[in-house]
Design a protein around this ligand. Structure first.
Ligand code: SF4
Length: 319
């Protein structure tokens, strides 16, 4: 469904280009839940937003993103407007504030449908009613302003708006990070429901929380400082991580049933490198406990170490 090759998305700043996404390649298959994980600033949100809308200072510096035969990097704003919501859609990171506060939910939805050539308001209102019921919201919500809804209700209303036109690919960008555990679960169940009921075909789920991806993703891509460091099936990444960063990321998660006195949480020491002037070699070398002479000098390439499991690290011969 989506093939991204050597994608480079930089931010233009007075100090130079910030290399937020640098030569990133991956694919998302039809019917798949593809997870993207990494700490804040690793480029995961920049990557998915560049697939939807490139706004300055974000600049496309190279590479392609082929979605259903079209290169998303080459579409004009007008062409993009046509496919957005209908073929590819996003639930943004701060989705609770994403809805226009001056319009009722039904008017937000109607504006969106009109833009996509719908002419029968009644048909759209019926669809909205059906979808609100699906996410367990009263049909009265259609007549309400976003400000009148609680945080959890607004989150579900945003999900309805983002998926109303049944996009083939839905991107969920950190949609659970500001939510309590119960609401997180509701959101995950809804995303699963959308997929099971063919409202969406594929899902890209972006998070810093690997434990969440373990529950919902078919495959996971780990990013660090604008680069892909590991990709594999969820089980391969969670049970058999091979990149030192992935291992440390997993090691920093709390384990169920283990008390703090028995096992302290381990953070990842050090700080990510500056993306204005990244090293030529591995971008993790300043924090890696296994660093070797070659690491700062030569970038490790992504190599397949087992079926469908790729790692970029000199420990695996990626020179
Ligand atoms: Fe560590 Fe070197 Fe592997 Fe980078 S390439 S993760 S510095 S061992």
């Amino acid at each position: 469904m989506l093939k991204v090759r050597d994608l480079k998305i930089y931010y233009k700043t007075p100090a130079g280009y910030v290399k937020a996404v640098d030569n990133v390649s991956f694919e998302v298959k039809e019917g798949e839940v593809f997870g993207i994980a990494g700490e804040s600033g690793c480029g995961k949100s920049t990557l998915v937003h560049s697939l939807i809308l490139k706004k300055p200072p974000m600049v496309h510096m190279g590479g392609e993103a082929i979605f259903k035969g079209k290169d998303l990097m080459k579409l004009s704003n007008e062409e993009f407007r046509k496919i957005r919501y209908e073929e590819i859609s996003i639930i943004p990171q701060y989705s609770m504030n994403a809805l226009n506060p001056t319009k009722k939910i039904k008017d937000i939805v109607w504006d969106l449908a009109k833009e996509h050539g719908y002419t029968e308001r009644k048909e759209i209102e019926e669809k909205l009613k059906e979808r609100l019921e699906m996410v367990k919201l009263s049909e009265k919500v259609a007549d309400m302003y976003p400000i009148e809804l609680s945080g959890g209700m607004r989150q579900r209303a945003t999900m309805v708006v983002s998926t109303l036109l049944n996009p083939d690919l839905l991107i969920a960008d950190e949609v659970t990070s500001a939510l309590d555990v119960t609401t997180q679960r509701v959101v995950l169940e809804l995303l699963h429901y959308f997929k099971e009921n063919n409202i969406i075909k594929s899902l890209i789920f972006v998070t810093h929380d690997l434990a969440l991806l373990d529950k919902i993703a078919d495959r996971i891509m780990i990013m660090y400082a604008g680069k892909v460091v590991e990709i594999g099936k969820t089980e391969q990444i969670v049970k058999n991580p091979q990149h030192p960063y992935t291992k440390m990321l997993l090691g920093s998660l709390p384990k169920l049933g283990i008390h703090y006195k028995q096992q302290r949480l381990r953070g990842i020491p050090g700080y990510p490198i500056s993306l204005l002037t990244p090293p030529e070699g591995c971008r993790f070398y300043t924090r890696c406990p296994y660093v070797m002479d070659i690491c700062p000098k030569k970038e490790p390439s992504l190599i397949e170490i087992e079926n469908g499991h790729y790692v970029a690290c000199h420990l695996h011969g990626g020179a």
